[in-house]
Ligand binder design. Structure first.
Ligand SMILES: [Zn+2]
Length: 208
């Protein structure tokens, strides 16, 4: 099978813009052209009125895997998307924030829990939605935790209690599966991977 050339792969993920931009944030014009600026290699939204180039780059989701003995802390989501499903504390990194500060903040917001951030554990690229997940291992400092406004409940789980069928995100399921496996094998170290767009379910409706 012929491999897709690297340049084709890069182009296919660079556009369209996410989220779509309708107005220039510098001058307010709605005349935005999609074109390759001089000296660039990819199409960008360029304002026809003031020439501002609107670069768009991936967003970082940062969070942690809070450990307490052999248990881990999970939150059940009170918000969409994936309301009612379980996740690790995580969210978008803010401007001017360090990765570890973001992980601490998200854990406090979602689980009212205090953690000491440890090693970076997973880095997962999601090119189809232009996001990068960065999850740290962390030590839960005490058992004084509870749901923040974005969580329905917060619990410590042993491995055999994890609600695997009710995971909110594939990134979180992967992080937890790898974690329990690596912990057993004594091979906990940073894992770098990617998740592509989910393949559509096969059509079993019986057509034909
Ligand atoms: Zn403009």
């Amino acid at each position: 099978m012929a491999a897709e050339s690297p340049s084709t792969a890069v182009r296919s993920t660079a556009i369209p813009a996410r989220p779509p931009i309708k107005y220039c944030s510098a001058c307010g014009s709605d005349r935005l052209d999609l074109r390759v600026p001089d000296g660039d290699t990819l199409p960008r939204l360029v304002c026809a009125a003031c020439a501002t180039i609107h670069y768009q780059n991936p967003k970082i989701v940062v969070g942690c895997l809070p450990e307490f003995g052999d248990q881990v802390l999970l939150c059940r989501r009170a918000i969409e998307p994936r309301h009612g499903l379980w996740t690790l504390p995580a969210g978008f990194l803010e401007n001017s924030e360090t990765l570890s500060a973001g992980a601490v903040r998200e854990t406090l917001e979602e689980a009212n829990a205090r953690v000491v951030i440890g090693d970076l554990y997973t880095i997962i690229s999601l090119p189809h939605i232009s996001q990068i997940y960065m999850m740290f291992r962390a030590r839960l400092v005490d058992l004084d935790f509870g749901p923040g406004p974005e969580s329905l409940e917060v619990h410590l789980f042993h491995e055999d209690e994890i609600p695997w069928e009710e995971m909110a995100f594939r990134t979180i399921g992967r992080t937890l599966r790898n974690y329990f496996l690596d912990r057993k094998l004594g091979t906990l170290q940073t894992r770098v991977s990617a998740l592509e767009r989910k393949a559509p379910r096969p059509d079993l409706s019986g057509a034909g």
